[in-house]
Design a protein around this ligand. Structure first.
Ligand code: 8DG
Ligand code: MG
Length: 134
């Protein structure tokens, strides 16, 4: 099976809010909100991919020491199989901007349920919400 390995960042700011971005309509799972990230390239580590994607998509530099694994999710969309390698990003340099024209939004953990995400994200949001409630 051809499964796509994706590095995904749950980026938190000093207020404890989380950054979400809207996927362009023409993309796979388009029109839905996501945590920024993208495909891990051959010969690339997940953290390298995470740092590169956040630079490309948002113009920020994630602090590597502040990146920690949260969870891995495999999901079959039928047309595409993905493995989301989800990381906390608790510190970064720069101010995020939608470099690919994508709308951005800082939201509290409890607000995540108000946004439409791809199906694979349900487990991520459950986990973030549970951790935030403790
Ligand atoms: N980045 C991201 N991708 C997600 C999430 N949830 C989810 O199912 N996906 C899926 C959608 C896509 O099939 C795949 C990630 O692809 P992507 O479009 O971000 O990849 P990329 O940035 O490398 O884009 P490209 O250069 O190939 O256009 O993972 C999520 O929260 N964030
Ligand atoms: Mg992407």
């Amino acid at each position: 099976m051809n499964r796509i390995h994706v590095a995904v960042g749950v980026i938190c700011n000093s207020e404890g809010e989380i950054l979400i971005a809207k996927r362009a309509d023409h993309l796979h799972q388009g029109g839905l909100w996501e945590f920024p990230g993208g495909k891990v390239e051959a010969e690339e580590s997940v953290v390298d991919a995470l740092v590169r994607e956040l630079e490309e998509e948002l113009g920020i530099t994630a602090v590597r020491e502040a990146c920690n694994p949260l969870m891995e999710i495999t999901h079959d969309y039928g047309d595409k199989q993905v493995m989301l390698d989800v990381w906390w990003v608790r510190d970064f340099c720069g101010e995020p901007e939608g470099r690919e024209g994508q709308p951005l939004n800082w939201v509290e953990a409890a607000q995540l349920n108000d946004f439409a995400f791809p199906e694979a994200n349900i487990a991520i949001i459950e986990k973030i919400t549970a951790l935030a409630e403790r």
